[in-house]
Design a protein around this ligand. Structure first.
Ligand code: PLP
Length: 394
């Protein structure tokens, strides 16, 4: 088997060659600053305008509703902080889900220190938002409900349309982090009914450090990055021209090949899930069995630390994540799995496999074989397994 094998596409993806080619001239000949009043500047403006038009069209928005940012983290920060600041006279109540990306959770905690009241929605054991609970906690002081369109760790897809309806019923805004979903499922902002939406380029075979925030016309949002006149005075800083060009091209390609990739990647994922469930004892598939992202398979391996499986897989040339890439290394159990009600032991033993368009069925089969051997070996050394597992094995 040719290694290394990359099964960590939810953390980032390789740059598509076609995207690289599209970006290339903007590193060299077409280097102008879009703010400059001369031919070099105009060429850059043209490229940025085209990129904005492309993205607006895909998400069914107007070009002036798309703001370029430095990625998903900035978009999440901006949505929360910018809305909190602009609507603080209306209310101080913000609701988010407990399984949001760290960019949201940490920002919400920062807002809490500034006097905003943050409440968390409830999720069921699959990570799906409990809409009845949400209805019971919204008030006329709620200014924003923020929930990801699909979870980056367990892949569960959320009922955003319904959440947006609940937000509208109390005059609150609805924000969704669609970073894992853009180019994977439909992200039509009108159909979803959302007021704000975060996007990022590097999860869809585009360059890192660039993304966008959709802000529906009519929604007030304060700036968090003050500076020059860029992005209609809302986000200072010279535009990352090669970045936005690459992002738009990556999004265009992802959208064009969306159905093909969906079918292919989910076939890899399904084979992987089926084999692991059948061939590895004491595993739990986290997230929803069917209502999940096509690329995602997240497993807890009972009696073993996720980190030790990760190391065994890494030794065999297979790259995966324990928990989400952002919290791994912290040795904290995943906040997502804890919110789903997993006991700490299982939340520690989780591994996320996220497949991509370049992976093959042979790689998937090789990974299952490696996992079987690694899990057996690690369990043989696990005192927990000796105490509990072996008895159940018989
Ligand atoms: C990766 C990710 C982010 C952060 O995006 P960056 O562009 O890496 O800052 C935010 N939300 C979700 C759901 C993600 O998966």
């Amino acid at each position: 088997m040719k290694t290394p094998i990359y099964f960590d596409h939810a953390a980032t993806t390789p740059l598509d060659e076609r995207v690289f080619e599209k970006m290339r001239p903007f590193f060299t000949n077409v280097f102008g600053n879009p703010n400059s009043q001369h031919a070099f500047g105009r060429d850059a403006v043209k490229a940025v305008d085209e990129a904005r038009d492309t993205i607006a069209k895909i998400i069914n928005a107007k070009p002036n509703e798309v703001y370029f940012t430095a990625g998903g983290t900035e978009s999440d920060n901006w949505a929360l902080r910018g809305i909190a600041s602009a609507y603080k006279d209306k209310g101080n109540h913000i609701i988010i889900s407990p399984i949001e990306h760290a960019a949201m959770i940490t920002t919400a905690k920062a807002l809490e220190k500034q006097g905003f009241k943050i409440d968390f929605m409830k999720v069921d054991e699959y990570g799906v938002i409990d809409l009845e609970h949400l209805k019971s906690i919204v008030t006329d002081k709620t200014i924003l409900i923020g929930c990801m369109l699909a979870n980056n760790e367990v892949g569960t897809i959320e009922p955003i349309k319904e959440i947006a309806k609940i937000a509208r019923s109390v005059g609150a805004l609805c924000f969704t982090d669609a970073v894992q979903v853009c180019g994977v499922l439909r992200t039509d902002v009108k159909e979803l009914g959302v007021d704000l939406m975060s996007m990022s380029s590097h999860k869809i075979y585009g360059p890192k450090g660039v993304g966008a925030l959709y802000v529906r016309n009519g929604v007030k949002i304060d700036s968090i990055l003050t500076g020059g006149h860029q992005e209609r005075m809302k986000r200072g800083g010279t535009t990352n021209v090669p970045g936005v060009v690459g992002f738009a091209e990556a999004f265009r390609i992802a959208e064009e090949e969306r159905e093909k990739n969906f079918v292919y990647v989910s076939s890899l994922r399904d084979r992987f899930i089926e084999r692991v469930l059948k061939e590895v004892p004491f595993v739990k598939l986290n997230g929803h069995r069917t209502n999940r992202l096509p690329a995602n398979a997240d497993f807890s391996f009972k009696f073993i630390e996720g980190e030790s499986i990760l190391f065994s897989l890494d030794l065999a040339g297979i790259a995966v994540s324990s928990g989400s890439a952002c919290s791994s290394g912290s040795l904290e159990p995943s906040h997502v799995l804890l919110a789903l009600g997993l006991p700490e032991g299982l939340a520690h033993g989780s591994i996320r496999f996220s497949f991509g368009k370049h992976n093959t069925i042979e790689e998937v089969d090789y990974a299952v074989d490696v996992i079987k051997t690694a899990v057996e070996r690690l369990r043989a050394m696990s005192p927990l397994f000796k105490a509990e597992g072996e008895i159940k094995y018989v």
